[in-house]
Design a protein around this ligand. Structure first.
Ligand SMILES: NC(=O)C1=CN([C@@H]2O[C@H](COP(=O)(O)OP(=O)(O)OC[C@H]3O[C@@H](n4cnc5c(N)ncnc54)[C@H](OP(=O)(O)O)[C@@H]3O)[C@@H](O)[C@H]2O)C=CC1
Ligand SMILES: O=C(O)CCC(=O)C(=O)O
Length: 450
């Protein structure tokens, strides 16, 4: 064990030296290395081929200028990126994030996680991620369109239906995907499934919008039922109020749980009565149409509370679903959750739990699923959208939902196989990392040193 931790430290040191100042990327690599380095020690073929270190280097990074004109006729400059991380098992696949915090470290962490996640989906999808430091908040539709058109003018040279298929992520929803798709079609003069998350009128798949949130809840249901427990009646904290949070809440309600919190970067809503269909419809309209702040919920629904400086992890709940952003669940909040009786944390966002909080949660042995497993339903349904586009067909809502459920079950079972430590404990972090790694690593080895 001591020998393994020395090997992990040496590995992280090498990656840190090559990628100085990329703290989120190093955090994501460390979380994987802690379980994969010991696995590699026991499986020499992966050691001889140095495959984990190869996986830490993107196959390609594209970085470009995005000039656009705002409503005041002033030229604005943003930076665009696409990290093409790994194409061993399929074309690069992963979302685009538009948020002022976007930088290379954040996109490399997301692209690295995406490689493992996409491998877990059972579908032939490589991993990538991209985006820009553009902030869609407060921008007019015209400004967002002009930005998307400029962004796609460069990105279109690097993507394609058999090369790299982007989708949405933070700040990129149906509106942005529409503008991006329109510009790609105009530039290339081809109607092709080059993006997923498209509108239903032009090649989108039913359930893609809902898929990440639904998938997280399906995964948590599997975890609970595997351990003789259930979602029924469980009080749940959900963070964020965007795409993933909204559909996590929707499925929790449908399956008899009681979600009581939502948040945005301005603060948190606690509604101790729990949400219902009417309240969720209000949140969807507020966030998706009016693009307002979550604090407005408290003005609408008496008895609910808005807290500007409190996270959703401060309330007494049974289960926690972080669905906003990376590192939003620090150690102090994890301690508070456990102290208040929380029995499970299921990640909807990518890497929402800090390194220290994760160590604490794993020591406490409460249920925990890493985003690369539990939020894989989104990209998996993107894969189903690609299949429908190739077939020139649309599947029904029931068919896509059924396939999503089956994929989440299969991801769960695969993680369980590699992560079971004792009769009552499955280490889903270890399980997801090893299951995701083996498929990609074997494909890389089969394809030679490329
Ligand atoms: N969409 C998808 O299919 C998938 C998304 N994910 C991950 O899920 C997470 C959420 O994505 P998605 O719902 O699509 O994004 P959205 O842009 O729809 O929503 C993001 C939500 O998170 C909140 N948020 C963002 N940054 C912060 C912050 N620093 N503090 C508090 N709240 C914050 C936003 O609030 P505000 O409006 O104030 O910024 C908003 O409520 C991300 O980690 C993403 O990578 C993972 C798999 C698939
Ligand atoms: O649907 C996709 O291609 C990407 C989803 C995504 O960005 C993610 O899984 O984090």
């Amino acid at each position: 064990m001591a020998n393994h931790s020395k090997k992990v430290d040496e590995f992280i040191q090498r990656i840190s030296q090559r990628n100085p100042h990329e703290k989120e990327f190093i955090q994501a690599v460390k979380e994987v290395a802690e379980t994969i380095v010991p696995f590699i020690e026991d499986n020499p073929k992966y050691k001889q081929t140095n495959v984990l270190e190869t996986m830490c280097e993107p196959e390609r990074v594209v970085m470009f200028r995005v000039p656009w004109v705002n409503d005041q006729n002033q030229v604005q400059i943003n930076r665009g990126y696409r990290v093409q991380m790994n194409s061993a098992i399929g074309p690069y696949k992963g979302g685009l994030r538009f948020h002022p915090s976007v930088n290379l470290s954040i996109l490399k962490f997301l692209a690295f996680e995406q490689v493992f996640k996409n491998s877990l989906t059972t579908l032939p999808l490589g991993g990538g991620k991209g985006g820009s430091d553009f902030d869609p908040k407060g921008k007019s539709n015209g400004e967002v369109m002009r930005f998307c058109q400029s962004f796609m003018t460069e990105l279109s040279k690097h993507i394609g239906g058999f090369t790299d298929i982007p989708a949405g992520d933070i700040g990129v929803g149906g509106r942005e995907i529409g503008f991006l798709f329109g510009q790609y079609k105009r530039l290339r003069n081809e109607f092709t499934g080059v993006l997923t998350g498209k509108g239903l009128q032009y090649g989108g798949s039913l359930i893609r919008t809902e898929a990440t949130g639904y998938g997280v809840v399906y995964f948590s249901k599997e975890v609970l039922e595997t351990h003789g427990n259930s979602l029924e009646g469980k009080v749940c904290a959900v963070s964020g109020s965007g795409n993933v949070a909204q559909y996590t809440i929707e499925k929790l309600l449908e399956l008899g749980a009681k979600p009581v919190t939502v948040s945005d970067s301005g603060g948190c809503i606690y509604d101790k009565e729990g949400f219902n269909e009417e309240k969720l419809a209000f949140i969807k309209e507020l966030k998706n149409e009016k693009r307002g702040r979550i604090s407005e919920y408290a003005d609408q629904f008496k008895g609910s509370e808005f807290h500007a400086d409190v996270t959703p992890w401060n309330f007494k709940v049974d289960l926690a679903y972080p669905c906003a952003t990376q590192n939003e669940l620090p150690l102090e909040d994890a301690q508070l959750l456990v102290k208040n009786g929380c029995i499970g944390v299921f990640e909807g966002a990518n890497m929402p739990t800090t390194d220290e909080a994760l160590t604490f949660i794993r020591e406490k042995k409460i249920f925990f699923s890493p985003g690369k497993a539990s939020n894989a339903g989104g990209v998996a349904t993107s894969g189903l959208e690609m299949s429908q586009n190739s077939q020139r067909l649309y599947w029904t809502r029931d068919e896509v939902d059924y396939r999503l459920k089956m994929i989440m079950k299969s991801i769960h079972n695969n993680c369980e196989e590699y992560g079971r430590e004792s009769k009552n404990y499955v280490d889903y972090v270890k399980g997801a990392n090893i299951a995701g790694f083996v498929k990609v690593a074997d494909a890389m080895i089969a394809q030679g040193v490329v």
